[in-house]
Design a protein around this ligand. Structure first.
Ligand code: ZN
Length: 390
């Protein structure tokens, strides 16, 4: 079963003697062999994100001898990444992820080429970056980027190796292959903005991206070789806590705005707007309060309602005395229980979710809501140094 049109075997690049040794377990394997290995050597795979999913995926692609691996990522290595992002080590803290990824992958296999794109994937650069690759592996961690990867893959005619993780669960599929479904066929509408927390807010089991990212790499290598049954038209669901797999059948939706019979999406769009990501408030200064000012207000006896918009496990770890729990994901339902006249300060871990919460609450008529700048982490650093940080 061949899914990617490739050159005839005679046109494939030859293997060097050192490569024959390195790939010997592939060379003796049915379905791979020398022709398959040369096919991998010629292949070009783009990995979006050098994080939890991109780490194992890129490691296995490089080890397998995929000739060119493109990496898109603009972040630097943070200590909280190391619990799962196995491309990076402690020595790389503070360095660009692409630099530590390149060093690790070149050490693993000097026969492969690494192409670095040290930029955030956007509608403006995606088509330029995607062009020339045989397929794209989505290691992103947010909805706007998933729709962007899907659309750019479809528009450039390359498959989208999709993977996503949440806490203990993951999913894998192959989208944007001619005749098969795309991500929009599965999720026509993005979830309400801000109501699905990411890894930073919800936590993620460290070994989970190892499972899902490795499966994405496996599907990529199968597609490149044209072997087996790829996950086209199937969504594989993984529950790590119960250690169970389930599978859903997916079909291309004839009404899909991208891959359907009468498409309306013919170019990349504004994915933040599509996913309803709130624009930055016009004047954050007016919406925010810094920890020292909030401390003074509380000491002066101002009747401030402290609203903790983090999730329950974070609340259980540590919270401000007297605060009330109102997770961002349940805020629309809880908002009507709040007194529009009260003076509310929302806080979260670092001040992003609470800014969204404050913007949302103001939009539904609670005009005296502010957000604690820097979140409970800033409070722990500046006001209460005994407090647990995470
Ligand atoms: Zn579609």
């Amino acid at each position: 079963m061949t899914h990617l049109s490739g050159p005839r075997d005679a046109d494939l690049p030859p293997l060097a003697p050192a490569e024959f040794q390195r790939y010997s377990r592939h060379l003796i394997l049915p379905h791979v062999g020398e022709a398959g290995q040369r096919r991998l050597k010629r292949a070009r795979v783009l990995v979006v994100g050098a994080g939890g999913l991109g780490s194992p995926a890129a490691l296995y692609l490089a080890a397998a001898g995929v000739g060119t691996i493109g990496l898109v990522d603009a972040d630097v290595v943070d200590v909280t990444n190391l619990q799962r992002q196995v491309l990076h080590g402690t020595a790389a803290l503070g360095r660009p992820k692409l630099d530590s990824a390149e060093a690790r992958l070149q050490d693993l296999n000097p026969h492969v080429a690494i192409e670095k794109f040290p930029e955030r994937l956007t509608s403006a650069n995606a088509l330029r970056i995607f062009r020339g690759f045989d397929l794209v592996l989505d290691g992103s961690d947010n909805f706007p980027t998933r729709y962007l990867v899907n659309d750019a893959a479809f528009l450039t005619g390359i498959p989208d190796l999709y993977g996503a993780i949440f806490q203990f669960e993951g999913q894998v599929s192959v989208f944007a292959v001619p005749g098969g479904p795309c991500y929009r066929c599965l999720y026509a509408d993005p979830p309400p903005a801000g109501l699905v927390p990411g890894c930073a807010e919800a936590g993620v089991f460290g070994a989970l991206p190892g499972v899902i990212g490795s499966m994405q790499a496996m599907e990529a290598i199968k597609l490149l070789l044209g072997i087996g049954e790829p996950l086209i038209g199937r969504l594989l669901l993984f529950d790590g806590l119960r250690m169970r797999f389930r599978e859903l059948t997916l079909q291309r939706d004839p009404a899909c705005p991208l891959c359907g019979d009468a498409p309306t999406v013919r170019a990349l769009i504004d994915y933040d707007a599509f996913c309803g990501v709130l624009p930055a408030p016009s004047d954050p200064a007016e919406l925010e309060v810094v920890p020292s000012v909030l401390q003074r207000e509380l000491q002066d006896g101002r009747p401030v309602v402290l609203l903790d918009v983090r999730e329950v496990p974070e609340w259980e770890l540590v919270h401000l005395p007297g605060a009330r729990l109102a997770p961002l994901s349940r805020l629309p339902g809880l908002a009507r229980e709040l007194d529009p006249a009260s003076d509310i300060v929302a806080y979260c871990h670092h001040g992003m979710r609470s800014l969204q919460a404050a913007t949302f609450l103001r939009s539904v008529g609670l005009h005296h809501v502010r957000s604690l700048r820097g979140g409970i982490d800033a409070w722990a650093r500046e006001i209460d140094r005994e407090m647990v940080r995470y």
